[in-house]
Design a protein around this ligand. Structure first.
Ligand code: SAM
Length: 345
């Protein structure tokens, strides 16, 4: 059982006056929902400061819990704040904040799952900015639940590639937390030990910055890991212009054999009958040395690899459906269809 003191927020005096505890709730943290709470206001303020100026902005906070980051956000007086929380037990404390800030911030509480929440609808009324212009006055903030953080950022990167959801308003920036190791991977550059699929996918579409580390000891209950605060701002000109699923597949397949020569990963993109031939073609087209290891490939190298793969898919359309890990029954059917398609290439 963990105790939380939710302080009263006085409208007239803004949020500096935290003297009177308005409510004390005793709630058990739910492990499945990755509930690790930040109780130190200096840290929650620091996270919000990392987001830059959010006054009068539309903000969406993921997983507010009892509302400690929410309170730091409200102090910046955004125009609208949407909080999306899966655990309904936090509704009373969030409603308290809603009441306290109502004269300057419209706090909308959504009890639900961020993975299915419609942000485009949530931000309705916000000004849409051209993609090549400065980011719109919208921001996504969250001390993300570890259980969904990687899944969520991949999903959001796909939206960014499609300029959909929160990114139908322009290059909406994000200030988010991840496990420290995940944050390090997101910013990892060529030749780095942490360089992986996530590094390349994030960097093809976003400017990613590792802002600071929060020690695990700052959370209640304390997680086994430290936490990274990372900002992502979508690039004016993404490094790649190709369907997200194709980009993700090529990068994932190549990084599957992280310590081996990249040729080994490239081979796995192609079915056996054309494997050798197309691997050679791809490496020549993209000007990649076959003995380079995946973590030694730059973002630009991956861009050339993906464009070359796309060209080969134009010549052999069935290749796009090939998955070297498909079960045997699907493989047999795939190869039958692939042989048929060769006749039409
Ligand atoms: N923001 C609070 C803080 O920093 O103290 C809580 C952070 S805690 C790491 C993650 C929060 O996300 C929890 O309140 C949890 O209930 C919520 N959560 C977990 N999965 C979620 C989901 N899929 N959608 C929305 N909220 C979720």
């Amino acid at each position: 059982i963990y105790s939380y003191t939710i302080h009263a927020v006085k409208q007239e005096t803004f949020l500096d006056d935290f003297e009177e505890p308005a409510k004390i709730t005793k709630l058990k943290a739910i492990k499945q929902l990755s509930q690790n709470f930040l109780m130190d206001e200096r840290i929650t303020d620091k996270i919000v400061r990392a987001a830059g100026n959010i006054a009068n902005h539309h903000v969406c906070e993921v997983g507010p819990g009892p509302g400690s980051i929410t309170r730091s956000i409200i102090k910046m007086q955004p125009h609208k704040l949407i909080v999306v929380e899966k655990d309904p037990r936090f509704l009373p404390s969030l409603e308290l904040l809603q009441e306290a800030c109502k004269s300057y911030t419209n706090l909308h509480i959504e009890i639900g799952d961020i993975l299915t929440y419609n942000m485009e609808k949530g931000f309705e009324g916000a000004q849409k900015f051209d993609w090549t212009y400065t980011p719109p006055p919208i921001h996504l903030i969250g001390n993300l639940p570890f259980s969904v953080s990687t899944h969520l950022i991949i999903k959001w990167l796909e939206f960014i590639s499609q300029r959909a959801s929160a990114w139908s308003y322009g290059r909406t920036p994000m200030t988010l937390t991840f496990q420290k190791e995940v944050g390090e991977r997101m910013v990892a550059q060529i030749n780095s030990k942490q360089r992986c699929r996530l590094s390349v996918i994030c960097q093809l579409w976003c400017n990613v910055q590792y802002k600071f580390t929060i020690p695990g000891s700052a959370f209640v209950p304390k997680p086994d890991v430290d936490v990274a605060v990372v900002t992502l701002v979508p690039l004016k000109t993404p490094l790649i212009d190709a369907p997200f699923a194709m980009v993700e597949k090529v990068i994932r397949t190549i990084f599957n054999t992280r310590q081996k020569y990249c040729q080994r990963g490239v081979e796995k993109l192609f079915p056996e009958p054309v494997r050798e031939e197309l691997t050679q073609k791809l490496l020549i087209l993209s000007e990649i040395n076959p003995t380079t290891r995946p973590f030694q490939l730059s973002n630009e190298d991956f861009v050339r690899i993906i464009y070359s793969y796309k060209l080969l898919c134009d010549d052999y359309p069935k290749i796009i459906d090939y998955n070297y890990r498909m079960p045997k029954v699907d493989r047999d059917e795939y190869f039958r269809q692939f042989e048929d398609s060769l006749g039409t290439c």
